[in-house]
Design a protein around this ligand. Structure first.
Ligand code: NAD
Length: 301
């Protein structure tokens, strides 16, 4: 690739949460390799959300610095101290242009009376972690003039067994991304998300078959997700409010939309029963436009 075509991050400052391992480490190293100064935030706990360690973040910082890049570590939890994570960027590099909300945990939990603590914990780390660091970063991203937020949702949004805590939190991030993008458009901030799949510690410890884990290790490296994050994080990113599924080199738009459905002003349960095929018809399905082009009146219809 010619130098002039490269999307450079020279002069840009990024925070990547949960970047001591897995996808976050890959995103941070990619951004740093293109010139960004990066805050490596990681609590360093287990994949299930217990414990803490400074080692993962310190190791990623050392790797970036050894490769000639700029990075500093932060060990705060996204749930406990989001302001300190953002302040680390300001103290070290004087500005903030990019926030990649990536930190996450995963516990398989069958639904039942005991599930609520796990739902709360997932909402706390994934959703409130994302919302909290984003809120702390917002004024700095406005000041940047081309602030970029890349959130992390999941392809499991389509439904996944034993995962109501995790998938519910990822659903909240989807909705948060979509609607915050409307406010971002007014102040020059683009808010998008990825729905990744890649071999990491989290996938290695997930409740999925050993065969699929091996498939992931062989075919779905984190390095095939990070270029998508880098595009969404770049000042030239041309989309807002979008969710891109990224796995093994595939990049696809994940959408909300309505189909034509069925209409009657004399609705009865029996009419629903009779017209289910039209109500569910995928052939008439139309995805929503990008947030800055959509007709919001149509949403409330
Ligand atoms: P991982 O476990 O390898 O890395 C997650 C990192 O987040 C860890 O280093 C962990 O210490 C950190 N973290 C957890 N809680 C934190 C907190 N409160 N504060 C700061 N850091 C915290 O997992 P991964 O697969 O790299 O996951 C990264 C993101 O991608 C997560 O949001 C995950 O839900 C999402 N995701 C991953 C996959 C996949 O296939 N790996 C699929 C869909 C979504």
């Amino acid at each position: 690739m010619e130098e002039k075509q490269m999307l450079s991050f020279d002069g840009r400052v990024a925070v990547v949460t949960g970047s001591g391992r897995g996808l976050g480490a890959s995103h941070a190293k990619f951004l740093a390799s293109r010139g960004a100064a990066v805050v490596i935030n990681d609590l360093g706990g287990s994949a299930q959300g217990t414990g803490a360690s400074a080692t993962p973040a310190e190791e990623v910082v050392a790797e970036i610095v050894a490769a000639g890049g700029r990075a500093v570590a932060n060990f705060d939890s996204v749930t406990e101290n989001p302001e300190a994570i953002v302040q680390t960027a300001i103290d070290a590099f004087g500005r903030l242009d990019i926030l990649v909300n990536n930190a996450g945990i995963n516990q398989a939990r069958p639904f039942g009376p005991d599930v609520l603590p796990s739902i709360r914990q997932h909402m706390e780390v994934h959703f409130f972690g994302t919302a909290g660091v984003t809120a702390a970063a917002w004024p700095h991203l406005v000041q940047s003039g081309s602030g970029r937020i890349v959130n992390t949702t999941s392809p499991t949004l389509i439904g996944f067994p034993q995962q109501t805590p995790y998938v519910s939190a990822k659903g909240a991030i989807f909705a948060f991304t979509r609607t915050l993008a409307l406010e971002g458009a007014e102040v020059g901030i683009k808010v998008n998300a990825i729905a990744p799949t890649a071999a990491t510690r989290m996938s290695d410890e997930a409740d999925i078959s050993e065969e699929f884990k091996q498939f992931m290790r062989d075919n779905l490296p984190t390095s095939l997700v990070s270029p998508v994050v880098a595009y969404l994080a770049h000042q030239d990113c041309a989309i807002n409010g979008e969710v891109l599924q990224a796995q093994g080199g595939e990049v696809q738009r994940l959408v909300l939309g309505f189909n034509t459905g069925f209409t009657s002003t004399d609705l009865t349960p029996e009419l629903i029963q009779q017209h289910l095929a039209e109500i569910l018809d995928p052939a008439t399905h139309v995805p929503f436009e990008q947030v800055d082009k959509q007709d919001l009146g149509a949403v409330g219809k």
